[in-house]
Design a protein around this ligand. Structure first.
Ligand code: SF4
Ligand code: SF4
Length: 182
């Protein structure tokens, strides 16, 4: 891993060791609780499918807005993988990104490549899909594509339900551990 990287202020798991540790912990938790996590996994799979379907529309939208943008958001945005993003990566069985989002020396997101984001849509921080800039909103209104924000909101709802289902299993594991210590 190159270390001309700038960690994002406010982000968790910014060092290679922290990133590895959180993913080892999450992977072990999922392996220990696979049966109990069936509901959370169903939400995760539904969310992943929804993000993959959104990718087609989002890529089309980006193709008609981003090449003309004077201020590329991926060059200035402060986004990172949060806990729900990590949960989705593990429950949906996606390949893990190499590191928490970082900035290059030029200030741009470290995952920004010459042809846009190098991560598959479903493996990006959710905020990268949730965010529609004013140029994109204008374009959606102009073309009558008002369903896209609703589809993104539906994906956000699935994400919340996935996290809630995950939390139930984590709480239950904690209760069992506490009882065993009595
Ligand atoms: S999403 Fe909007 S702000 Fe970001 S690069 Fe595209 S047009 Fe620009
Ligand atoms: S992860 Fe991808 S979409 Fe999100 S800010 Fe970075 S380059 Fe842009």
């Amino acid at each position: 891993m190159r270390y001309d990287r700038v960690a994002l202020s406010g982000a968790a798991w910014t060092t290679p060791d922290e990133w590895r540790a959180v993913n080892v912990r999450m992977g072990a938790f999922v392996a220990r609780n696979r049966a109990a996590l069936s509901s959370a996994m169903a939400f995760a799979r539904a969310l992943a499918r929804s993000l993959e379907a959104l990718a087609v529309s989002m890529d089309r939208l980006c193709a008609v807005t981003c090449p003309f943008c004077p201020d590329l958001c991926c060059r200035r945005a402060t986004v990172w993988f949060d806990r729900a993003d990590i949960i989705l990566l593990h429950l949906a069985g996606h390949a893990l990104p190499a590191a928490q989002v970082w900035r290059g020396q030029d200030g741009a997101c470290g995952y920004l490549g010459t042809r846009g984001c190098r991560l598959p849509r479903a493996s990006r921080p959710f905020i990268c899909t949730w965010y529609l800039c004013s140029a994109q909103m204008l374009r959606l209104r102009r073309d009558g594509l008002i369903a896209l924000p609703s589809r993104i909101a539906a994906a956000k709802g699935l994400r919340r339900r996935m996290v809630d289902a995950m939390r139930c299993v984590q709480d239950s594991e904690r209760r069992v551990a506490a009882t065993a210590r009595l």
